[in-house]
Design a protein around this ligand. Structure first.
Ligand SMILES: NC(=O)C1=CN([C@@H]2O[C@H](COP(=O)(O)OP(=O)(O)OC[C@H]3O[C@@H](n4cnc5c(N)ncnc54)[C@H](O)[C@@H]3O)[C@@H](O)[C@H]2O)C=CC1
Ligand SMILES: O=C(O)[C@@H]1CCC=N1
Length: 264
C-alpha cells in the first residue's frame, strides 16, 4: 500500500474517488481505516480499497498517511499512531486550525508534514485544494502530493499563513454556494418551476458563471455588469441584494469561518 486514510467519510471518500478515477494509485495501493465494520463495508463497496479497523495498520502499510477525521479527533488518533511513524512517512492534515507545527509537536518526532485544505467538489474532480508543507518535505515529495490533489481538481501551494483563508474561501464555501443554489431554486419554485428543474437551472447558472470567470480571467464586476441591462430585471435584483447586505453577509461568513479556524 502506498497511501492511507485514517477515517473515510465525506472528504476521505471524495479524495479517494478522484485518486482512483485518475489512476494515481490502484485500489490495492490504498488502505483506509474506519471506526466500525459498517464503515469498512461501505468503503469496500463504494471504493474497493483495502480496509482495516486498526489505525496503526494504515501507518504500517502506507508512507503517505492522511488524517481524514474531524479536527476534534486529531489528537486522539495521532496518540494512537505516533509510535509507528518513521522519517519516511508523510503525515497529511486536512483539518482547519491544525498547523504544521501542531502536527509535528503531537507526532513527537521530526517528520515530513503536509497540510491540505481540499473541498467536497473533489468528489466530481472539480476540487480546489490549498497546500503547504514543512521543510522536511522534498520537491519530489511535494510532486507526489500534487499528483494526488490534482487528480481531484486544482491545487495551489500557499504560505501556511493563508490556510485559514483557503479554508474559508474554498473549503467551507461549497456549503454557502449550495445555500445560494437552494435559495435560488426555492424562488424559481415559487414562480411555478418544478423543483428538480429549478436545481438544474440554478446549479448550471453557478457552474457556468464560475467557468466564465475562470476561462476569461475577466473581473467579476465586469462580468456582473454584462448581465445588467439599463432599467432591466437584473439590476433590480442587484439593488435588492445590496439593500439586504448580500456582499456583507458573504464577507462576514468567510471572516467568521477563517477566525474560527484560527482558534481550532
Ligand atoms: N467535509 C468537508 O467539506 C471538508 C472537510 N475537511 C476536513 O476533513 C476532515 C474529515 O471531515 P469529513 O470527511 O467531512 O468528516 P466525516 O465525519 O464525514 O468523516 C470522518 C470519518 O472518520 C471516521 N472516524 C472518526 N473517528 C475515527 C477514528 N478514531 N479512527 C478512524 N476513523 C474515525 C468517522 O467514522 C467518519 O467516517 C475534517 O478534519 C474536516 O475538517 C476539509 C475540507 C473540507
Ligand atoms: O467545517 C469543516 O470542518 C470543514 C473544513 C473546511 C470545510 N469543512
Amino acid at each position: 500500500m502506498k497511501i492511507g486514510f485514517i477515517g473515510c467519510g465525506n472528504m476521505g471518500s471524495a479524495m479517494i474517488g478522484g485518486i482512483l478515477k485518475n489512476g494515481v494509485f490502484e485500489k490495492n495501493e490504498i488502505i483506509v481505516s474506519n471506526l466500525t465494520e459498517e464503515g469498512s463495508r461501505r468503503s469496500q463497496e463504494k471504493l474497493g480499497v483495502v480496509t482495516t479497523l486498526d489505525n496503526c495498520e494504515v501507518v504500517k502499510n502506507a508512507n503517505i498517511v492522511i488524517l481524514a477525521v474531524k479536527p476534534q479527533f486529531y489528537e486522539e488518533v495521532i496518540g494512537e499512531i505516533k509510535n509507528f511513524l518513521t522519517p519516511q512517512h508523510m503525515i497529511v492534515g486536512i483539518a482547519p486550525g491544525k498547523t504544521l507545527a501542531w502536527l509535528e509537536e503531537k507526532c513527537e518526532q521530526p517528520l515530513k508534514v503536509v497540510r491540505l485544505m481540499p473541498n467536497t467538489p473533489a468528489q466530481v474532480g472539480a476540487g480546489m485544494t490549498g497546500a503547504c508543507v514543512n521543510d522536511r518535505v522534498t520537491e519530489e515529495d511535494l510532486d507526489q502530493i500534487l499528483a494526488i490533489t490534482n487528480s481531484f481538481g486544482r491545487t495551489e501551494v500557499v504560505p501556511e499563513r493563508l490556510m485559514d483563508a483557503v479554508s474559508a474561501v474554498s473549503g467551507c464555501s461549497p456549503a454557502y454556494v449550495f445555500m445560494f443554489i437552494e435559495a435560488m431554486a426555492d424562488a424559481a419554485v415559487a414562480q411555478g418551476m418544478p423543483r428538480k428543474q429549478a436545481y438544474q437551472f440554478a446549479a448550471q447558472a453557478v457552474l457556468g458563471s464560475a467557468k466564465l470567470l475562470l476561462e476569461t480571467g475577466m473581473h467579476p464586476g465586469e462580468l456582473k455588469d454584462m448581465v445588467c441591462s439599463p432599467a432591466g430585471t437584473t439590476i433590480e435584483g442587484v439593488r435588492i441584494l445590496e439593500k439586504n447586505g448580500f456582499r456583507s453577509a458573504v464577507f462576514e461568513a468567510l471572516q467568521g469561518a477563517a477566525d474560527k479556524g484560527k482558534k481550532m
